[in-house]
Design a protein around this ligand. Structure first.
Ligand code: AMP
Length: 426
């Protein structure tokens, strides 16, 4: 399948080529034809599947066609509602990239920053608005945003909206939209409340489902390290001595934890920055840009701050702490191994987290291989993971296997031995 076969217009094809996209991902292959027929869509897909392009490309194309053939009144034609500022910015960047040869204007609005630049953009005229719910409602109340000419509405990451307590704001926005519109609804999971919402706002939708949340992307190599809580920082520094870990997104459960880990890494000479909700929007953006530009090798993040962070060729995700919600594990590791690339996800598990690990195993329906031979082994792994103790004692591997690094090289996995891929340019 090619983008040409999906009837994508030439200026968008050119832009996609420029982005290095050679063929559509499965969700794009399925969703684009449905959306170009102006049908409603229910998409079950997590980030990393190419879902942004799956809606951004047809939206640009439909608005371009409308502009050409049925010139209507000015005003916002498409609204994308997304839960976090980072996601909003990334979606904006996607529209900019795919629409760079079109004359379709977009703006991104989110809270935590002055509204001036956003209201200026709105006043100048916008075809596509990408917004987080709170700031959108705020600017709607101030009459900067008018949605009466809206034709397309995208609700992105609906389940996350629910988790983050935004669902009432989302419903308030929906109540203000014209009834006659095309609606696109994306969610990685379908809890009952989300299913009800989908049923109420979609009309006869086509359903597209890729990579259900319980099946972790096969391209990602996963491994777990049993380690005492007090030794986690040392283990992290040890793993990062391996230069084949060329970019690592490290997850902590708390904001304070993120700061602490970043501080410890910097003190041991490893350049790291933390990103979380207590940081100013500018500081978060700066940290993210430094990480994307490879100026910072390690970004330490909480789940909410990291939601949807999109970094090309992120080599490693490291769970400094395991999440208590198993789906979060899947979301976290999905930051690597994107769009067909391989990636590595390493998890630290202390005594208190073994329960979380069991839940993760249940959800992904497999056991994550254990790395037994590291310098900070837990003293009593036998209690909750007899297998690990056994393997450790014999210097062996869980499942007879040692996880691989990205090149399939079994040596460089957190050891400080020279790696054969340190000269890779990414
Ligand atoms: P998303 O699921 O929208 O967060 O996209 C995940 C990543 O895949 C982003 O870095 C996109 O730039 C990239 N991507 C999306 N579609 C394609 C494609 N057809 N070919 C290659 N990369 C893609």
């Amino acid at each position: 399948m090619s983008f040409e076969k999906l009837q994508i217009i030439e200026p968008i094809l050119r832009a996609l080529k420029n982005e290095g996209y050679t063929k559509p991902t499965p969700i794009q292959e399925q969703a684009i034809p449905i959306l170009l027929q102006r049908k409603d869509l229910l998409g079950c897909a997590q980030t990393g599947t190419g879902k942004t392009a799956a809606f951004a490309i047809p939206i640009l194309q439909l608005l371009h066609d409308d502009e050409k053939f049925v010139k209507g009144p000015h005003g916002i034609k498409a609204l994308v509602l997304t839960p976090t500022r980072e996601l909003a910015i990334q979606i904006g960047e996607s529209f900019a990239a795919y629409g760079k040869h079109l004359r379709i204007r977009h703006a991104v609005i989110f809270g935590g920053v002055s509204q001036k630049a956003q209201t200026d953009a709105l006043r100048a005229g916008v075809d596509i608005l990408i917004a987080t719910p709170g700031r959108l409602l705020d600017l709607m109340a101030q009459k900067y945003v008018h949605l009466q000419h809206l034709k397309l509405f995208v609700l992105d990451e609906a389940d996350r909206m629910l988790d983050m307590g935004f669902i009432h704001d989302v419903k308030k926005v929906i109540a203000k939209l014209p009834a006659k519109r095309q609606t696109l609804f994306f969610s990685a999971t379908m809890p009952p409340e989300i299913q009800v919402l989908a049923n109420t706002i979609l009309v006869n939708p086509s359903k597209v489902e890729v990579t259900p949340v319980s099946s972790t992307v096969d391209a990602i190599r996963q491994a777990v390290y049993f380690v005492e809580k007090k030794d986690k920082s040392k283990l992290l520094s040890h793993l990062l001595e391996d230069r084949s870990v060329n970019s690592a997104l490290v997850f902590t459960r708390t904001k304070h934890g993120a700061d602490k880990v970043a501080k410890t890494l910097n003190a041991s000479g490893i350049k790291a920055e933390a990103i979380h909700g207590n940081k100013s929007q500018n500081a978060r953006q700066r940290a993210l840009s430094n990480f994307k530009a490879r100026q910072t090798r390690v970004l330490v993040a909480t789940d909410i701050a990291a939601r949807g962070i999109d970094v090309d060729n992120l080599s490693h995700v490291i769970n400094f702490e395991l999440p208590n919600v198993p789906e979060t594990y899947v979301h976290r590791i999905g930051r690597t191994g994107r769009a067909g690339a391989s990636g590595i996800a390493l998890s630290f598990c202390d005594a208190e987290e073994k329960e979380f690990l069991r839940d993760i195993h249940k959800l992904i329906a497999k056991t994550i291989p254990v790395v037994g031979d590291h310098p900070y082994p837990m003293s009593n792994t036998s209690i909750a993971h007899p297998q690990a103790q056994q393997k450790q004692a014999s210097g062996g591997r869980s499942n007879g296997q040692r996880p691989f690094n990205r090149n399939g090289n079994r040596k460089g996995f957190g050891s400080n031995k020279p790696s054969n891929n340190r000269h890779r340019t990414q």
